[in-house]
Each structure stands twice: as C-alpha cells, then as structure tokens.
Design a protein around this ligand. Structure first.
Ligand code: ADP
Ligand code: MG
Length: 630
C-alpha cells in the first residue's frame, strides 16, 4: 500500500497548469486577459517560434506594486475578488488567481512592472523558472504598466512539449486568441509580432466606422460586405454585433465570435440558438459567420464553470436561448434587398445595417396553397409543368382552386419577355424621374428563361427567378400555416416507445409543452412512454425518432423547434415543386411583380437551400470589368 502525502507546491501548480496552460496560445490568452483587466489602452504581443521559445506581452495598464510582485506569481493570489459576493458579480476577465502561478511552473517567467502610484522612476521585476516559488526582486527600467516574458514553455515538462504542433500551427492559434480579444475590446490598440515580423497592428477604434474597419481587418473584407449590423434589446438582455447573410456561409465554423459581457465563449446553448435561427436559410452543411455580443447583468450568468472560462452558465437558459433565437431569426428575416446595396440605393443608407421594417403583412398565397380542413395539412397545387414556354397563357397560380392570380393584374403571361421600345423608354423615364426606384429596380429582359435582368439607378440586378419564386412561395406558405394552430391527429394504434428515465420524466413534467406542440404522450413505466396523438403534419414521419428528438430538445432547451422544422421542410419541398420553373417565359410586368414581391418577402435573398436569389453589379463594378476610366 502506498501512503498518502501532500503534493509539493510546485507539483500542484504543474497539475493546475495542465488545465490552464495547454499550449502557447493559452499563455497568450491568460496574459492578454490580465492586461485588459489592468485597464491597458495598448497591448503589444511578441512571439518567437510559435510561442514555444518566447512570448512577451507588454501593456500600459495600472501595473503591480513592488510589494505585490512576488505574490502575483503564487497560486490563488488575485486582486480581482475578495469574497463570494464578488464571485457572483465578476466584472474582470480573470479571478481565479492561478494563471501566473501555472505558467511560471512550466516556463522561465519574468514579470516586470511599474505601478501607477509608484514613487521613483524605475520599476521592479521578479523571475521564476519552474522552481519552488522563491522569486527574487530586482529593480528594472520599466515605464508604467507591465511586461510578462515567458521563455522556453514546457522546458521542464517534456511530455507536454511533445503535444505541441508545428510552429505555424501554434502561431495560428495565438493569432486567433489575439483576434478574439481584439474584437472584444475595440477601444484597445493591439499589435502582434511573430519572429520579428508584424502580423497585426490595430489602432484603437471608437467610431462605428473604425470598429467596422477592425472587423474587416480581423474577419476579412468579405465578412463586412455580407454582414448586417444588429442591436436588439429585450427583457434585460442586449444583443448587438454583425451577422453575415446566409449567402456568405463557411465550410467551417471559423468565423463565429460570440461574447458574453465581453468574454469570448463557446457555449452549446448559444450555438444551438444560432443554428436554429439560421436553420431555414443556410445551405446544407454550411456554417454561418458572425461577431456577436450578448450583454446582461453579471449576476445572471455564472462564468466560474470552467478553468479556461470558455463556458458559461446562464441562470435562465431558456430566456437566453429564446432571446438569441428570436433576435437572430428576426434579423435574418428582415434583411431586404435594399439593405444590401450601395448605401445610396437604400433610403436609409443601410449597406451594413438593418432597420426595423414597417411590416407589410404577407400578401396572399400566390400559389393557391390550400389547407385541407379535414387533415389540417397543407396541400400544394399541382406542379406547374416545366418548360411551359412562350405563349403560356396562365399566371402563377392558374388552375389552382382559390388562386389569387386573377386579381393580380401584373401576373399575366403572353407578352414579350424583352421590354419593347416603348416600354424601354418608359422605363428610362421612370428611372430618371422616380425619386424612389425600388431596390431591385425594373425588369429589362429575361435571359434564357432562367434569369431576370433588371436595372435600378445604380446598376444591374440579375435574379434567379426559380430560386426567388421558390422562397416567396415558401414564405407565403409558412405564413399561411402559422395562422393555423398546430392540428393534432390521434394515432390509430398508440405507439409505445422505450426512452431513458430522464426522457420519461421530461414527458411527464412537460406534458403541457408537448400538448401545445400537438402531442398526447403519457409515461407508462419508468422508461417507457405511450404516444396517442401527434401533430397532423408529422403523421407520416418516423414518429419514434421524432418523439425521441423532441424529448431531447425539450429536456435540454425547454422547447422544441422540431415540429416547425419538419413542417418547414415539407413546405419547402412543396414550394419547390410549386414554383415557377426555369424556361418559363415571363412578361415584363410579371417580372416586375416578382421583383416587388422579393422586396416585400422575408428572407427573399436566399432560396430555400441557402443559395442567393439575386446578385447586383453596380455601374462601378461593370466599369471595372471593362477597364473604363482607368
Ligand atoms: P487572476 O488574473 O485570476 O487574478 P493571475 O495569476 O492571472 O490571476 O494574476 C494574478 C494577479 O497579478 C492579478 O490578480 C493582478 O493583480 C496581477 N496582474 C497580473 N498581470 C497583470 C498586469 N498585466 N497588470 C497588472 N496586474 C497584473
Ligand atoms: Mg489572469
């Protein structure tokens, strides 16, 4: 039998370092956070060999008193909290008092500082090198602020060192850490150098324009071009920042920055809410891009749930989830063509800002979607034959009972797909006279039965008419079905489903929630539920799988979007079949009607699969193509 013994201070720190100091980037993160907490206005980071040889971080913050220097290196020594109340209202990034101790136990560390209230001219420094903590104090020439130098990381823990990747990979992670922090503190200036080469040089950003400039530098110019700025406040929560339109999606979730009270986090609840919000507009398997800031009372969020503080716990998870989902969902739905053109086009100078739109209520259901009263299901109209070519004499919804096409004068066919001379001159007249040309302009012609060409005051717009019509139809269908409460349908033979204990408990506890979704479900044993009734729209789905998924959702997030997700999927398929096919000839009036519909319709910038429905080339873009004026 081995005897029990207390760990030495040094070994305890090295063990703690395992959690906090995983790689050079984690050192940079901790040191940067300290500089931010010290109220620095500028932070300079210098790195050699991917950080394993040297990491030096210098700030102009409040500094550390001579008397406190040695203490700063010991474990559980912090100036940031003193009692439990502080822990529940943390305003600083750090508070655990273990970063410097951990780092110094696995590297050669030098801490030099001069505090704001120090007398004399110079500063002081301490050194430690993976030793028992007996650092010696020495005078140092240092301006106000602090410098931390970390050399030979993991020199005394070779096993750890083996886990490091190539210099470039490690530096890439450091770069990412610096970028993340730079996006959370616009008012701070940052610089980053690697092997004597400047990688970033970011000026302090105050104005909106300067902030966007920083966003562009950190996330790339394409991000900014496709982003809309949002700022939403409700129930004590505020969400602001930049979200990219779904048409600017990524193959990796690499442009996703989310901050809670200025702290960057990766959180399951947050990712879930964001994913839900983009569900209906994102191309399959793609990831959205965003830089978002959530602000709430510090007491409503627990940041002390993880040593690296990457995760948080919200007091009211459901409230936060709902708020995030709703805000983003609305922001994405509200984007209209006008928001994404030259500022001059949009009346409010948007380009990178959404405004609350005066909601025009969704018009009619153009495709004559019917709601079958007996089943509660939506019935799609018969498919419009593909290639109903020139001379087709029906409108969008022709032949469908209840179609509204008849009273929409614009939606007739049979006219020439290219504006005739008279129409053209009338168009120019309109463009020059009309103070308010609609954002998508007026149709000029149809290209190969697939694209609509249109012009506004500033350039050319090309619309994929099938994609656009598909989205419009889909949104109309959703609106029509939203107005109906969820219809439920009893199962002929109730299904009994084996579930986990926790899921069965959830079915019992959340019976109301589930009933509102259209389920009649009861717990019949410790690990079994019986399902007697399901939402009609799901009648043909794999009930067992859906029930499991719904229970899992309700358990984790207090609600489930599965029913509406499933409904949307169904509607989307119907919309696709019901929408105007390529190779159908449209009249100018029809094309204009479609353009106006796009401007009115939520999410009309992407088709149901997340592909763009229209593109825009300004005159300047076109001039560039032809090298005009160069
Ligand atoms: P924590 O940040 O959790 O308090 P650290 O080990 O990171 O723990 O730092 C210990 C203490 O050293 C901090 O509480 C702070 O008082 C001081 N300190 C560390 N870095 C700096 C800095 N750059 N400027 C001023 N004080 C610092
Ligand atoms: Mg710290």
């Amino acid at each position: 039998m081995k005897r029990i013994a207390l760990l030495s201070q040094r070994l305890a720190n090295q063990i703690a370092a395992g959690e906090v100091v995983e790689r050079p980037a984690s050192v940079v993160k901790e040191l940067l956070e300290n500089s931010v907490d010290a109220g620095a206005a500028r932070i300079d980071v210098e790195v050699e060999q991917g950080g394993s040889k040297l990491i030096r971080i210098r700030d102009d913050g409040q500094g550390i008193n001579k008397e406190d220097l040695a203490l700063a290196l010991s474990r559980h020594a912090t100036s940031k909290i003193a009692d439990l109340d502080d822990l529940e209202n943390i305003a600083s990034l750090g508070f655990r008092g273990e970063a410097l101790a951990s780092i110094s136990s696995v590297s050669r560390l030098l801490l030099a500082s001069r505090s704001a209230d120090a007398s004399g001219t110079g500063g002081w420094q301490v050194e430690a090198a993976g030793q028992e903590m007996t650092p010696t104090l020495a005078p140092a020439a240092h301006p106000q602020g602090t410098t931390v130098e970390v050399r030979d990381l993991f020199f005394n823990t070779p096993a750890r060192k083996k886990f490091l990747r190539t210099e470039n990979t490690e530096f890439g992670r450091i770069d990412e850490v610096v970028k993340r922090l730079a996006l959370s503190r616009f008012e701070l200036a940052f610089s980053l150098r690697h092997n004597q080469r400047t990688v970033h040089q970011l000026q302090a950003a105050q104005s909106m324009q300067e902030k966007q400039r920083r966003i562009g530098l950190v996330c790339g110019p394409a991000f900014l071009e496709h982003a809309v700025y949002i700022d939403i406040e409700a129930s004590g929560l505020r969400l602001w920042g930049w979200v990219c339109l779904p048409t600017f999606s990524r193959s990796q979730p690499d442009l996703q920055y989310f901050y809670v009270n200025g702290r960057v986090i990766r959180d399951k609840l947050v990712s879930h809410a964001v994913k839900q919000a983009y569900r209906d507009v994102l191309f399959h398997g793609r990831h959205p891009a965003f830089v978002l800031y959530l602000e709430l009372q510090p007491a409503l969020v627990d940041v002390n749930v993880h040593p690296t503080k990457h995760e948080v716990r919200f007091r009211d998870q459901r409230l936060v989830h709902d708020f995030l989902f709703r805000s983003l969902h609305k922001a994405l739905a509200d984007v209209r063509p006008a928001d994404h053109m030259e500022p001059a086009v949009a009346a409010t100078g948007a380009g990178t800002a959404t405004q609350p739109h005066t909601e025009s209520p969704v018009q009619q259901v153009p495709l004559g979607l019917r709601l079958d009263e007996s089943t509660g299901e939506l019935v799609a109209p018969p498919d419009i034959p593909a290639g109903a070519g020139p001379g087709a004499t029906h409108g969008w919804g022709a032949g469908v009972p209840g179609s509204a096409s008849a009273d929409r004068g614009g939606w007739r066919t049979g006219a020439s797909p290219v504006a005739g001379l008279a129409e053209q001159s009338a168009l120019y007249q309109r463009l020059s006279e009309d103070a308010e040309v609609p954002p998508l302009g007026y149709a000029l012609a149809q290209l190969h039965g697939v694209y609509i060409l249109a012009q506004n005051q500033h350039g050319l717009i090309v619309v994929d008419m099938h994609a656009a019509h598909e989205r419009i139809t889909y949104e109309h269908m959703k609106a029509a079905s939203d107005n109906q409460s969820i219809k439920a349908q009893p199962l002929l033979v109730p299904i009994s489903i084996a579930v986990s204990q926790a899921e069965a408990e959830c079915a019992e506890a959340q019976a109301d929630e589930l009933a509102a979704l259209g389920f009649d479900m009861a717990r019949v044993a410790g690990e079994s539920v019986i399902v007697r009734q399901v939402p009609s729209i799901l009648a043909r789905a794999d009930i067992e799988q859906l029930v499991r998924d719904v229970l899992a959702d309700v358990r984790e997030h207090g609600r489930s979007e599965r029913i509406s997700a499933y409904r949307d999927e169904l509607l989307s398929t119907m919309a696709c079949h019901g929408s105007v096919r390529a190779n159908r000839q449209l009249s100018i009036a029809e094309m204009n009607a479609l353009l106006r519909d796009m401007e009115r319709t939520e999410r009309s910038g992407q088709c149901n699969h997340g592909r763009p429905t229209w593109v825009y080339q300004s005159m300047a873009d076109l001039d560039k193509l032809f090298l005009r004026g160069q």
